[in-house]
Ligand binder design. Structure first.
Ligand code: BGC
Length: 248
């Protein structure tokens, strides 16, 4: 396994990248972040990705590159676009991004990358059985990891519960948008995680996304049989997880 790879995380508000030490999961240089172009059409985003990679100059020119996208990814084609421009649907993203950065790239769903990072280096390290990592942000992303192996493209944020897609009720953005108290927001999370628990009987839930910093405000309100803990890699999880994924 290469000891170092470069990870890029395409998010709703920023495109972030850094080289990662794969033996520790630590960033080898401060990450560079530039705002995600609006509208977030593939061509403009690909240029932003190239700009992030180029900002590290020759230091990273031989490193494998992994890139996260907030989309379902199959064979390098992005198949969904819940929280990014609709032009990403059925778009040959791996090809376009490779052209933009000038070498082959590996693509992965953003939540899958965050999940791998937690499984290899973070909160779910060494955890046997099924781990469900959820990211609560603009939408809800999810990763299913069974005995350390990722089952990619599982979209639990799109699960319909009580007539609504889970992410339009319980994403972190919705809490802010509807000005929900932590108690009211926790009730929505309770419904979400209780449904997942019923369907999957996981060994562990890990909660990521920016809101995991405030996990003491909502985790104590949840009543589940499954342990539920905050993610550890915070806003580096996507970069670290996708860098690691270049080696699989
Ligand atoms: C998308 C997922 C993505 C998540 C987090 C959801 O809207 O459907 O693919 O992982 O947002 O960005």
């Amino acid at each position: 396994m290469a000891a170092v790879a470069f990870g890029v995380d395409i998010g709703g508000s920023g495109v972030k990248g850094a080289p990662v030490d794969l033996s520790t999961g630590e960033l080898l240089a401060a990450r560079v972040r530039i705002p995600t172009p609006q509208p977030s059409v593939p061509k403009a985003v690909a240029q932003a990705v190239a700009q992030v990679v180029q900002s590290f100059g020759d230091d990273v020119k031989d490193l494998p590159i992994g890139i996260t996208v907030p989309c379902v990814v199959a064979d390098g084609i992005t198949r969904s676009a819940a929280n990014i421009d609709a032009k990403w649907i059925d778009y040959p993203a791996a090809e376009a991004l490779s052209r933009a950065v000038g070498r082959p790239v590996t693509l992965l769903n953003d939540a899958d990358a965050a999940g791998l990072a937690e499984a290899y280096y973070g909160a779910a390290r060494g955890q046997a059985g099924l781990v469900i990592v959820t990211t609560l942000g603009t939408g809800i992303g999810s990763a299913l990891i069974y005995n350390g192996v990722l089952v990619p493209n599982v979209e639990l944020g799109q699960l319909e519960i009580d007539g609504f897609r889970a992410e339009v009720r319980a994403a972190a953005r919705i809490r802010a948008q509807e000005d929900l108290s932590w108690t009211a927001y926790s009730a929505r999370l309770q419904k979400f995680y209780a449904t997942l628990e019923f369907l999957f009987t996981p060994s562990l839930f890990v909660v990521g996304g920016g809101i995991s910093r405030s996990s003491d405000k909502f985790l104590p309100h949840l009543s589940l049989k499954t342990p539920i803990i905050p993610a550890q890699l915070r806003n580096q999880a996507g970069i670290v997880g996708v860098a690691r994924y270049t080696q699989s």
